[in-house]
Design a protein around this ligand. Structure first.
Ligand code: NAD
Length: 508
């Protein structure tokens, strides 16, 4: 297995872009049958090489195979298969809702591919965040460049080997490298860029894209809080939160970042966490084959510093080995709101438990920070859940579970404000990479009935007729009630009937 990543020469990049643009213009990616064939190839690229991906993901992230299967290979194949099954339906032209003024012109939305798409993906889920999103771009009929993270070199190198074997190189290319490679990519005009990663680099991407007027979707991160209702099922909450926090060693954009717990309920929550912790790791997690490593020494040092500097009390875990890229699954209690663990997204297996007075203080704190990518509520009380959801903002708001919404069919996934812009997964990915092209086809007889009066000279008679046609049906003023307008309805029915007869005659 290769772990040395061969970077794409920077001077190749404009050539790759030009080739993909020329293929796109040739129309090769437009037939649905072709898109489906390539989606199937993408699925088989993973299926045929799943064991090799497990190996590379283990080398890159020290990740247990089961986690790689559940959170990377399987979910990616399922996302691509969903696109495969639905692309025909999604790509069908859509008529707009019936409207008296416009129906005769058959207003229709054509679903057209945007063109040449660039996907820049991060290290934490190299397949899902690269290939699953790419499936949406293929389904939409685009040509695609995928740029995986250089921090997962083994997986990126394997993708470089497999891409030309499975996917049509005239349409889909892998580009590997770090900052100079991304910088070169960003000099070029793209018909869409999807950047998944941190907010600092997102600003670089958006600034570069502004120069070429390339549209951008950003999938970013941030600190996703959990609010605990003191009356909730603590054991269930602890099990689900710790699963979400410790999977992939906490390197999930939607991992619960910290838990806000009413002061009086902190001990009950921690007791449940300790019990769950023992059941998850009957052996020391450093020798457990159910726990991942951090992607790099630099990220390990960053997380270790948060633990070293916390003013909270480490309840369990806390050990770190930078060389081995190991941070023990860790829970810290009595964490103050201004703690080192509360500075930035942790993106590691450390759960700060932050005591608050009540749900109002929790809401106030969340609202004083950037809108999170996800907000989690553990409660069986619908008014508690509604209170949190109605008084906060976040990419998603999820009750009684964490993380799993990313894989929920046709639930839009995306951030808001600093946690990102745009929506992905399922049909939302298809839509992200699709241009909605509006069309009308206006028959001759519309001039005879509806639009005759628009042409000069603007006589008084024409003006009267057109004014009637374009008059806006006003809503009642606040506090005022409008009577029913039967007369208008009768005129409307008559004109519709005449138009329908004329349309029928035109078709004959
Ligand atoms: P990363 O370091 O792998 O970088 C992501 C991409 O940006 C890489 O392809 C890299 O080459 C490129 N890059 C890095 N520095 C650059 C620079 N200076 N100029 C141009 N390109 C550059 O991953 P990361 O950004 O650390 O990823 C972790 C972050 O991503 C976290 O904040 C996480 O929450 C977020 N994330 C979000 C989602 C989502 O779907 N919303 C998914 C995964 C991760």
């Amino acid at each position: 297995m290769a772990s040395q990543l061969a970077y794409t020469p920077v001077e190749e990049i404009p050539k790759i872009h030009a080739e993909l643009l020329s293929t796109f213009k040739s129309g090769k990616t437009k037939p649905i049958a072709y898109r489906k064939e390539q989606l199937a190839q993408l699925i088989y690229m993973i299926k045929d090489n799943e064991d090799r991906f497990f190996e590379t993901l283990k080398a890159d992230l020290g990740r247990p195979n089961f986690e790689s299967e559940m959170l990377d290979t399987s979910i990616t194949m399922s996302e691509a298969k969903y696109a495969y099954d639905n692309v025909e339906k999604w790509a069908k032209p859509e008529r707009t809702p019936w409207d008296f003024n416009w129906f005769a012109m058959k207003p229709t939305i054509r679903k057209e591919p945007k063109g040449v798409v660039l996907l820049i993906s991060p290290f934490n889920f190299p397949l899902f965040l690269g290939l699953a999103h790419m499936a949406g771009a293929i389904a939409a009929g685009n040509t695609v460049v995928l740029k995986p993270s250089e921090l997962t070199p083994a997986t990126a190198q394997l993708l470089a080997e497999l891409f030309p074997k499975y996917l049509d190189p005239e349409c889909y290319r892998l580009v590997n490298g770090d900052v100079p490679v991304v910088s070169k990519l960003l000099e070029l005009p793209w018909n869409h860029i999807l950047y998944t990663g941190n907010g600092r680099v997102a600003k670089i991407v958006l600034t570069a894209a502004a120069k070429t007027l390339s549209p951008v979707t950003t999938e970013l991160g941030g600190k996703s809080p959990v609010i605990i209702d003191p009356r909730c099922d603590m054991k269930l909450a602890a099990r689900r939160i710790l699963w979400g926090k410790f999977s992939n060693a906490g390197q999930l954009c939607v991992a619960p970042d910290y838990a806000l717990v009413p002061r009086a309920a902190q001990d009950a929550f921690l007791d449940a966490c300790q019990e769950v912790y023992k059941s998850f790791y009957p052996v020391d997690p450093s020798s457990s084959d159910s726990f991942s490593r951090i992607v790099s020494e630099a990220h390990t040092k960053r997380i270790k510093r948060y633990i070293d500097e916390t003013k909270g009390k480490v309840v369990v875990g806390g050990q770190a080995d930078v060389e081995k890229r190991y941070i023990a699954p860790t829970i810290v209690k009595d964490v103050p709101l201004d703690d080192s663990l509360m500075e930035d997204e942790i993106f590691g297996p450390v759960l700060p438990v932050v005591p608050v007075n009540d749900v109002d203080e929790a809401i106030e704190f969340i609202n004083s920070k950037d809108h999170p990518l996800a907000l989690y509520i553990f409660s069986q009380d619908s008014s508690f859940k509604a209170k949190v959801a109605n008084n906060t903002e976040s990419g998603s708001v999820i009750a009684n579970d964490v993380d799993i919404h990313v894989g929920t069919t046709d639930l839009p996934f995306g951030g808001t404000g600093p946690s990102g812009s745009g929506y992905l997964t399922g049909k939302y990915s298809f839509d992200t990479f699709t241009h909605l092209r509006g069309t009308l086809d206006n028959p001759w007889w519309v001039d005879a009935i509806l639009l005759k009066g628009r042409y000069p000279p603007y006589t008084a008679a024409k003006t009267r007729t057109v004014r009637k046609a374009i008059a806006v049906s006003m809503p009642p003023r606040p506090g005022q009630k409008l009577g029913k307008r039967w007369g208008l309805w009768i005129v409307f029915a008559l004109v519709s009937a005449i138009s329908a007869i004329l349309m029928k005659r035109q078709r004959q």
